[in-house]
Design a protein around this ligand. Structure first.
Ligand SMILES: O=P(O)(O)O[C@H]1O[C@H](CO)[C@@H](O)[C@H]1O
Ligand SMILES: O=c1cc[nH]c(=O)[nH]1
Length: 232
């Protein structure tokens, strides 16, 4: 048991999918895993272990934002020996040609999060995806005929920006979309020498103000989860 996860040692697989929403964790386990077993409901942050095509795999909700995901990542790596972490999240588009329902694979993550400033005391760390997982995800998407986009994203501490034009500051440097966890995932994976990748589905656009319904989100999340499960 760790402070925020009540699983016993050995109950969590070496590979864990990480959605922000604990209900998405439940949906992933019930839809894709064989024999899913709930190992955590501390704070309602569901975690399940099952198998996919015979391989052990877990899924753990992380909550929203860098501080929350950092707690789960710390405990998964340091208390449960997790080696591979694959975020499966939603994101807001920062570009005209990144449309709702598109899948984005985060090669790297820029950030305005203090979680990524504090350890580096005024210098800059570049949070980067694991190359092996990244290439595997690109290949899996190709094989499945699922179109994906890849590039730099933004991890933000702020969901409701006061300035509606804030996104332009990042968009002009080619940043594809915004979410709230990937920079911490990549930084902690580097710190503890494990593999990490973030797959994101665009749920709304800061450019066009389009949004998806929850039903549509579930459907498109399905393709993202299929890519994630292909690389476990
Ligand atoms: O859908 P999830 O994985 O929670 O990801 C995105 O959605 C939340 C904001 O609504 C933030 O956690 C953001 O990163
Ligand atoms: O606009 C959005 C959509 C999803 N997640 C975010 O952090 N922002």
């Amino acid at each position: 048991m760790s402070i925020h996860i009540e699983a016993k040692k050995g109950e969590i697989a070496p590979t864990v999918l990480l959605p922000g929403d604990p209900m998405r964790a439940k949906w992933i386990a019930e839809t894709f895993f064989d024999n899913p077993v709930l190992y955590n409901d501390v704070r309602g942050m569901f975690g399940y272990t099952g198998t996919y095509k015979g391989k052990p795999v877990s899924v753990q909700g992380t909550g929203m934002g860098a501080p929350s995901i950092s707690i789960y990542i710390h405990e998964l790596i340091n208390e449960y020996d997790v080696q591979k972490l694959i975020r499966v999240g939603s994101a807001g588009s920062y570009q005209k040609d990144v449309n709702i329902r598109d899948i984005v694979i985060a090669m790297s993550s820029s950030s305005n999060s203090s979680m990524n400033e504090l350890p580096f005391t005024g210098e800059t760390f570049a949070p980067t995806a694991n190359a092996e997982l990244f290439l595997a995800a690109i290949n899996a998407a190709k094989e499945k005929n699922i179109p994906v986009k890849a590039g730099n994203i933004l991890t933000s501490d702020v969901f409701y920006q006061e300035d509606p034009e804030y996104y332009k500051k990042w968009a002009k440097y080619g940043v594809l979309c915004v979410e709230m966890e990937t920079a911490s995932l990549y930084t902690l994976a580097a710190r503890f020498n494990v593999k990490a990748l973030s797959l994101l589905t665009i749920s709304d656009s800061l450019v066009t103000h389009e949004t998806t319904t929850s039903d549509e989100r579930a459907e498109t999340f399905k393709e993202m989860i299929e890519i994630a499960l292909a690389i476990i």
